[in-house]
Design a protein around this ligand. Structure first.
Ligand code: GLC
Ligand code: CA
Length: 576
């Protein structure tokens, strides 16, 4: 593709905002749209081009807004549709684009479509959701199949009123829409997509996009013998009608030239991923694969111990995502280490010890900036926020995913204290809650998240370490993680052929301590090298580039030493 034909979303850097925790403008302890508007200049100053707003729709908030009651309204504590219109206009007036979360695999059980659907078997909207009769085993009522939900327990909920089960791949309060019904699909496009496209949004992050077509819904193989409910992600993801549904959706998106990035869990088959992101297939512009963020997670993600991974695992995962754009592919890829469903990357992939966290944050920024694809940054990542500590009590974990897991471990072990302590250790490392705490803006009360005179407490406990890590301080500190993000994003833009579009080649997959790879674009070449240890290491020039002239483009450490990498130092060299 010639350089002039590149669509805007390829070189764009996206900044993800979690509305509840970004900025509270009115002191009720909950972030809001006015808070976001007040920080758009800050966001712009980082050097990002696109903002992604997590669900701000009207919702009972069982799953933090991923349970939508009304697509065409805003959750009242966040603001109004008029505030959204202002946010869209203010974002555009700063030269940035704005994308929303599109959550259309399921709605809230309070959505008027579901209220109708569950009201009677002969209701015209009955078929808008997925209803099935019970199975009877030895006279006992059982759900239609053995699938486990993403948040533990069966995916089926019994409805007393109409004596059938409905499907929910997530919480019982998140019934799955029936995409097999053409009328339902049209209603979804109109309400969830066109309503906002007409108001000027530039695209969508498409939640759980590969789950719309569920196939035959047969029993899943038993992989967890201790449970009645079994993992079925490979069955309900990437079903037979996905291609058709996405083609239909694209007829709407095309009219607005809207971009899409689809969330694509449970898809290890790269050929399948390539189909989604191939330009000529016109399914999705790009996807979030789970390869990288799943590194170190257990079979059920929290069934593991902290840092249960090696650098070769991480390299292989990154290679899989990078190879999506390798010639002759006409596809595109993404770069991300964090989002609202992931713990903090410094804690997971480097070290959050006080003496290393800044170096770790800068090195990961450099690594990400050197990878090809659209780059996504999650709020707080740009200042190097880390997980909240072990000393915080279980009551500080607010996410259903965390609390359901902890409860399940309790129930399955008869409240075994050691097992519960193990579960909490895993949550301290991997829970989604770590990304959802209020932003640390300053050292003011509530870390500057809520106004100083507000009496309501923030909805989640603010971090204890705002004195060492906050936006205000880092804005005036040239050696901060924030200052480095600004710099490295400029470097990425200045060398976008190589860094955003170049071919990725890992130069030593097995090295457990050093990550070294090259980027190539039309005869130009760069070398990126990162020291994933907390010790200085000799800089070994890989044999593939030996003899070439190396010009240091950028290092994540000031005053670096020739021939030696400091602890958690990353560098990019131009080769000639
Ligand atoms: C996606 C979202 C996650 C949510 C789930 C159900 O994975 O990112 O936060 O819980 O979908 O909508
Ligand atoms: Ca508020």
């Amino acid at each position: 593709m010639s350089v002039t034909q590149r669509p805007w979303w390829k070189d764009g850097v996206v900044y993800q905002i979690y509305p509840a925790s970004f900025k509270d403008s009115n002191g009720d302890g909950i972030g809001d749209l006015n808070g976001i508007i007040s920080e758009l200049d800050y966001i712009r100053s980082i050097g990002v081009d696109v903002v992604w707003i997590c669900p701000m729709y009207d919702s009972p908030q069982v799953d933090m807004g991923y349970d939508i009651r009304d697509y065409e309204d805003v959750y009242a504590p966040y603001g109004t549709v008029q505030d959204m219109e202002r946010l869209i206009a203010e974002t555009h007036s700063r030269g940035m684009k704005i994308i929303l979360d599109l959550v259309i695999n399921h709605t809230s059980d309070q959505h008027k479509w579901f209220l109708e659907s569950r009201s009677a078997k002969d209701n015209p909207k009955r078929d808008w959701y997925i209803w099935r009769p019970a199975r009877y085993v030895n006279g006992e009522r059982k759900p239609p199949n053995n699938w486990v939900s993403n948040f533990t327990g069966s995916v089926w909920e019994w409805d007393e009123h109409t004596q059938e089960y409905y499907l929910h791949l997530f919480c019982p309060e998140q019934p799955d829409l029936n995409w097999e019904n053409a009328e339902t699909r049209q209603a979804i496009y109109k309400s969830a997509m066109e309503f906002w496209l007409e108001r000027g949004v530039d695209g969508f992050r498409v939640d759980t996009v590969n789950m719309y077509s569920k196939g035959e819904m047969l029993d899943a193989p038993v992989t967890d013998p201790g449970s009645e409910w079994q993992f079925a992600g490979f069955q309900y993801c990437n079903g037979p009608r996905m291609k058709e549904f996405l083609a239909e959706m694209n007829q709407v998106l095309e009219k607005y030239d809207a971009m899409t990035v689809g969330e694509c869990p449970n898809t290890p088959d790269m050929k399948r991923v390539l189909e989604y992101v191939s330009a000529k297939e016109k399914q999705l512009d790009m996807v979030f694969q789970f390869d990288v963020v799943d590194v170190g997670q257990g079979p059920y993600k929290f069934q593991t111990t902290p840092k249960n991974w090696t650098l070769p695992h991480l390299k292989r995962a990154i290679a899989r995502t990078q190879h999506l754009i390798r010639t002759p592919s006409d596809g595109w890829t993404t770069v991300f280490l964090e989002n609202h469903d992931q713990a903090r990357s410094i804690t997971r992939f480097t070290s959050d010890a006080p003496e290393h966290r800044v170096a770790g944050g800068k090195m990961l920024a450099l690594l990400m900036a050197a990878l090809s694809g659209t780059l996504f940054i999650y709020q707080g990542q740009e200042i190097g926020l880390v997980n909240f500590p072990e000393t915080w009590d279980m009551s500080e974990y607010k996410d259903v995913d965390s609390s359901n897991y902890y409860k399940m471990v309790g129930a399955r072990t008869g409240g075994d204290e050691e097992k519960l302590a193990e579960a909490k250790r895993a949550l301290q490392h991997l829970a989604r809650d770590h990304a959802r705490v209020p932003m640390s803006w300053s050292t003011a009360p509530h870390n500057g998240f809520s106004p100083p005179d507000s009496t309501a407490m923030p909805w989640m406990r603010p971090l204890d370490d705002a004195a060492t890590c906050n936006v205000a301080q880092q804005q005036s500190d040239k050696s901060s993680v924030l200052a480095f993000w600004k710099r490295i994003l400029q470097v990425r833009k200045a060398h976008n052929d190589l860094l955003v579009h170049g071919q990725y080649d890992d130069l030593d997959v097995e090295d457990p301590e050093i990550f070294v790879f090259s980027k190539t674009w039309m005869g130009k070449r760069a070398l990126c090298v990162c020291n994933f240890t907390d010790r200085a290491k000799t800089l070994e020039v890989p044999e593939q580039v030996r003899g070439e002239k190396m010009e240091l483009l950028v290092s994540s450490v000031e005053g670096g030493v020739d021939g030696e990498l400091a602890a958690y130092e990353g560098r990019i060299y131009l080769l000639a």
